[in-house]
Design a protein around this ligand. Structure first.
Ligand SMILES: [Zn+2]
Length: 498
């Protein structure tokens, strides 16, 4: 028994103590240093002196045609789709082959382009921005629509807002919509989508409440409860915005094209208990988007959200990715859950982008492309009907912006392999992982005895996820940090996966 179990010779004891000391010291240093596995996050790096380039030419060169059939699903539209001028029919064919199409604006000038799009087999989708006091200002003389501000009051916003009940301009715009769409109909064009980006009054403005409380006309016209405080005012103007878009955009469109799909900027279905959030964490107030046929949740990796970052989180790729993934998943998921519960007839046409630098600080990290693609896979499995890609041109970031289109098309193509399920199925999971949750993300669509499920383990390693895709029928799926897509089939008591 002596020897191995007994006391060590003095010399060996000294050597061991020394080694132990070094090991302890190294351990201490390791504790101070970031974990070896941590990868640096991505940043958007500006290319100084970059010359303007033709984005559409680069998209056609860099983005390969889809491998899977798109069927009757919508092609995606781009914020910046290049020229609105009529192009050779082959051009539209090339876009469609990539799951993309050119949108047009709400103007009769684009009827020739619409005819070519229609001949190429594309749906005709209108999309156009509008903001500030438009369309209230269409009423003409500012006295008819602009706030009548009390003497001495200085507005904080960049402009004086329109009175909330200045509806004459809205009515004029509704007639414009009717006139323009009738011209399309008379020319033989069916307008399939009107996905507008009207972001003006009464939706916009940081000091809208202060302005309204200092406007003699608004004080005379609005119920006093509306002006009693910013909360009530906020609730009122959000509902008014939904109503105006429904009455003056959606209803006139429906008069001419009853089957047209209509949505507008960030209109989502919000209900008490599950209110979708803005990227500044503000809760979107409850409201139903009236005569619209679709919602427009926004999934932007907006750098403004960085204000919600907690200093105790390590600034590495893994934590940054989880943080933005939470943001991109939450508005789409909350809206989808509310639509399923309250208005299952409403569709979903989200705006998507990996990097939206509303805060231009270059030190703010960016969601990685790999994780963005993972998020897009989950979005397609969360009751999304079509996507709009916000590829706004930014000087010095041409490659990064073009990559937005590459990523969106690549994932659309990948998910089109499950098109029959996307078309016929219902979303299985609309829970949103928290901004630093390490639990597996999963999303799926189920139709009849088939389901497609995507699982992803944030961070490194793998984890088994126990699921019950059909009542009483359980299965375990392996989730890794690369993500896995499983096609499940229920046969009798057995679930088969591949
Ligand atoms: Zn006013």
């Amino acid at each position: 028994m002596s020897g191995r179990g007994g006391p060590l010779p003095r010399k060996m004891e000294g050597q061991l103590k020394k080694k132990l000391g070094i090991a302890l010291a190294l351990g201490f240093l390791a504790a101070l240093a970031p974990p070896a596995r941590a990868e640096a996050p991505e940043y958007a790096v500006k290319v100084e002196g970059e010359k303007a380039r033709d984005m559409m030419a680069d998209i056609l060169r860099r983005v390969p045609p889809l491998k899977h059939e798109r069927g009757s699903r919508w092609p995606m539209i781009l914020w910046d789709g290049g020229t609105f001028e009529p192009q050779p029919p082959d051009y539209y064919g090339q876009l469609l082959a990539r799951g993309l199409t050119q949108h047009i604006q709400l103007t009769t000038n684009m009827i020739p382009t619409a005819l070519l799009l229609q001949q190429a087999g594309s749906p005709v989708i209108m999309m156009q921005g509008g903001g500030g006091p438009w369309p209230a200002q269409l009423a003409g003389d500012a006295k008819r629509w602009r706030h009548q501000l009390e003497e001495g009051f200085k507005p904080g916003d960049s402009y004086v807002h329109a009175c909330l009940l200045a509806l004459e301009g809205w009515a004029i715009q509704a007639d414009n919509v009717r006139r323009i769409l009738r011209a399309y109909r008379d020319a033989g064009v069916t307008v399939d989508g009107v996905w507008m980006d009207w972001e003006g009054d009464p939706y916009s403005g940081w000091d809208a409440y202060e302005q309204a409380t200092h406007c003699t006309r608004c004080k005379a016209e609005l119920p006093p409860e509306v002006l009693a405080g910013p909360e009530a005012f906020g609730a009122y103007r959000w509902k008014l915005y939904l109503d105006l878009i429904a009455a003056y955009l959606a209803a006139p469109v429906k008069e001419i094209f009853p089957k047209c799909e209509i949505t507008n900027w960030m209109i989502v279905l919000s209900v008490p208990g599950r209110q979708p959030q803005h990227w500044n964490d503000r809760l979107i107030r409850p409201g139903l988007p009236g005569a619209l046929t679709g919602c427009n949740p926004v999934a932007y990796g907006n750098t403004v959200y960085w204000k919600q970052w907690k200093s105790e989180w390590p600034v590495d790729r893994e934590h940054v990715d989880r943080f933005y993934a939470h943001l991109l998943l939450r508005q789409v998921s909350d809206d989808a859950a509310n639509r399923a519960a309250w208005a299952p007839w409403l569709k979903s046409y989200p705006w998507v982008i990996r990097w939206c630098p509303d805060d231009e600080d270059p030190k703010i990290p960016v969601l990685s492309r790999a994780c963005y693609r993972e998020v897009l896979r989950h979005l397609w499995l969360r009751d999304v009907d079509g996507m709009q890609i916000f590829n706004a041109r930014r000087i010095g970031f041409h490659d990064l912006v073009t990559a937005e289109v590459e990523d969106a098309v690549a994932v659309y193509d990948e998910m089109l392999a499950y098109r029959d399920l996307l078309d016929a199925g219902t979303a299985m999971n609309l829970q949103v992982p928290g901004p630093q949750d390490e639990a597996v993300w999963w999303s799926g669509v189920r139709a009849g005895n088939r389901a497609v499920v995507r699982v992803f383990k944030p961070g490194k390693g793998k984890e088994e996820l126990a699921l019950e895709p059909w009542p009483g029928k359980k299965i375990e799926l392996t989730a890794t940090d690369k993500g896995c897509t499983y096609l499940l089939t229920l046969e009798g008591e057995e679930i088969h996966k591949r």
